[in-house]
Ligand binder design. Structure first.
Ligand code: SF4
Length: 384
């Protein structure tokens, strides 16, 4: 008997941002935001290059002043990923930003100064052919909704989002992404779940102001994993205090752990205990190093003794169950060879190489779509 994990991605419409596609069955994209003032062009470009190097796929810059809007063209010219402008409070900044070569605009309609100003932003976005993110935030909901519900709860956030979507639709604007952010995990999760039941707009998900790592990463994972496992979320950001570069690894790790985007080998290792009879930490360190940079979606289990080793190794694609100074290598549940501790790492890596060839030949690897010029670089596993 075989078992397949039930998983359905929430069906959303596709929205183009620059040369990337968000929503539908396209990969969940990783986004971040720069920290220097946007008019400090060199610093901003340097940070975006570091984010790109880490794998960032969409980048947002804040535009609170005219000098920031004037910097957008220069920044856009020197980066390789879509540029998103983040606007709060001043609708005129949104209008100004759209006169520059950007790929998307993000506004919080709750603090933009009323419906008329919101409509002006929508009209300009439509004329420019720009997608727009409607970023509802629990902290800046309309007063009347807070009064109606008593506090900024998920139904109030969803009602706010649907209200702004109605207005956008009445203006003929459809290229919209929605976010419903809160720094409270329960509020954010519930808001996104409620919204997904009522709309097919793609969502940008995140736990806002998560704070300082490592707690902020754990908190973000607690909020994002339930959503991702429900099939919700089309772009993702982990908001960390300070340098944004570590946000990227954290986001990809969450996508990997929830099997929404598996882009590297997954190592399963036991925590070790008094039963350990080999240098497990040393072996893991060597394997990790030699797998660096690989995008093969192979699950490798390396366990220190016979208690759980053979069982876990059978569940992984490849596995080692170690004994005293030696071990057994499993492949798809079958023992393929017995090895000495000293040969273990080489032998495992040989099996990884064979596994890659066999999986590619069997057609189980697919190319991630919607990634513009990066489209051909990454292999995806069929979700098992
Ligand atoms: Fe201990 Fe063995 Fe479990 Fe590792 S697999 S933690 S060595 S009992």
């Amino acid at each position: 008997m075989s078992y397949k994990h039930p998983f359905t991605r929430h069906k959303t419409r596709e929205v183009m941002i620059g040369n990337r596609v968000i929503g539908g069955n396209n990969p969940i994209l990783v986004q971040s935001m720069t920290t220097p003032d946007t008019h400090f062009v060199e610093e901003v470009i340097k940070q975006i290059h570091a984010l790109e190097e880490a794998g960032c796929e969409l980048v947002r810059v804040t535009v609170p002043k005219a000098e920031d809007a004037h910097a957008l063209g220069e920044i856009r010219k020197k980066i390789g990923i879509p540029l998103i402008c983040d606007i709060h409070f001043d609708y005129k900044m949104a209008l100004q930003a759209m006169d520059h070569p950007i790929d998307k605009i993000r506004i919080n309609p709750g603090n933009i100064g009323g419906y008329d100003r919101y409509r002006q932003v929508l009209r300009k976005a439509k004329n420019k052919g720009l997608p727009i993110r409607i970023g509802v935030n629990a902290g800046s909901l309309e007063k009347e909704l807070v009064e109606k519900y008593g506090f900024p709860c998920p139904p109030a956030m969803v009602e706010s989002a649907l209200r702004y979507l109605d207005i956008a639709e009445s203006e003929g604007v459809k290229n919209i992404i929605v976010s419903l952010k809160s720094s409270d995990v329960l509020t954010a999760v519930e808001a996104y779940r409620m919204f997904a039941k009522q709309a097919d707009y793609p969502t940008h998900i995140g736990i806002t102001e998560a704070g300082k790592p490592p707690y902020a990463v754990t908190k973000s994972a607690c909020g994002l994993a339930p959503l991702l496992l429900d099939g919700i979320g089309d772009t993702i950001r982990i908001s960390l205090l300070g340098d944004p570069v570590p946000e990227i690894q954290a986001a990809f790790d969450i996508l990997q752990a929830t099997q929404r985007r598996v882009r590297k080998p997954e190592l399963i290792a036991c925590p070790t205990c008094g039963r350990l009879e080999i240098d497990l930490e040393g072996i893991i360190a060597q394997v990790e190093k030699r797998l660096e940079g690989k995008s093969t979606p192979v699950k490798i289990s390396i366990l220190g003794c016979i208690v759980n080793g053979p069982g876990e190794a059978r569940e992984a694609d490849l596995g080692i169950a170690a004994g005293k100074g030696k071990g057994v290598i499993f492949k798809r549940g079958e023992i393929v060879r017995h090895v000495l501790e000293s040969e273990m790492v080489d032998a495992l890596l040989e099996e990884v190489a064979k596994w890659e060839i066999e999986e590619a030949q069997s057609g189980k690897l697919m190319v991630e779509k919607g990634l513009g010029s990066n489209e051909k670089k990454i292999a995806l596993p069929v979700i098992r």
